[in-house]
Write a protein that binds this ligand. Structure first.
Ligand code: HEC
Ligand code: HEC
Ligand code: HEC
Length: 110
């Protein structure tokens, strides 16, 4: 019974030590870099969903520089298989849903 009070302390210590690696990464709301399609809802990138499946290095800095707004992401580039399109493309080997007319709103949530 004497050991009991230590349990939460150790648990907290463990969580604190684990915290930096799993630092809360928020959603990235893309700011428009093109004048085209300004009426369209901006694209949102949920870090958390992607973190379950990939380590940071899969994207940083191979696909994306680690700074909001630092990448010239556009629909054109995505369609050419760059940026989000590395994974979100319409090929059968793609690990994620494609960028087709059925999926616009999964990224551009109104
Ligand atoms: C699936 C790809 C992907 C993975 C995996 C990923 N990120 Fe990112 N990260 C992005 C994108 C996209 C952006 C936004 C880039 C932009 O706005 O041009 C970003 C931006 C960032 C930023 C900048 C935030 C800001 O406000 O400037 C940091 C810091 C970051 N990521 C850290 C991480 C860390 C740490 C991990 C691993 C725990 C990680 N990311 C995993 C895609 C990813
Ligand atoms: C390294 C591969 C990879 C890259 C790069 C990537 N994604 Fe994903 N994304 C995935 C996978 C895998 C899933 C989960 C499977 C699925 O839903 O198809 C996913 C899921 C999502 C979801 C659905 C989240 C949910 O709640 O269901 C959104 C939205 C999304 N990605 C947006 C983006 C955007 C925007 C970008 C570019 C800024 C991006 N992704 C770049 C692999 C990637
Ligand atoms: C995998 C996520 C994803 C999907 C799916 C997606 N987009 Fe995008 N879209 C983005 C990102 C990221 C940007 C770049 C940031 C921005 O300008 O909002 C973008 C940019 C845009 C823009 C701004 C102008 C441009 O060309 O860059 C428009 C308009 C747009 N998307 C429309 C669409 C339409 C319509 C669909 C469905 C056919 C679609 N998007 C599907 C992520 C996505």
């Amino acid at each position: 019974m004497k050991a009991l009070p230590w349990t939460p302390v150790l648990l907290l210590a463990f969580l604190a030590s684990a915290a930096p690696a799993s630092a809360d990464l928020g959603d990235i709301l893309f700011k428009r870099k093109t004048t085209e399609g300004n009426e369209y809802p901006p694209a949102k990138f949920p870090h958390s969903v992607h973190r379950y499946q990939f380590t940071c290095y899969v994207c940083h800095d191979n696909i994306f520089l680690m700074k909001a707004g630092a990448n010239a992401v556009s629909m054109d580039a995505i369609s050419k298989g760059k940026y989000c399109g590395v994974c979100h493309n319409d090929t059968k080997d793609a690990p994620a849903f494609g960028s087709t007319f059925e999926s616009c709103q999964r990224c551009h949530q109104p």
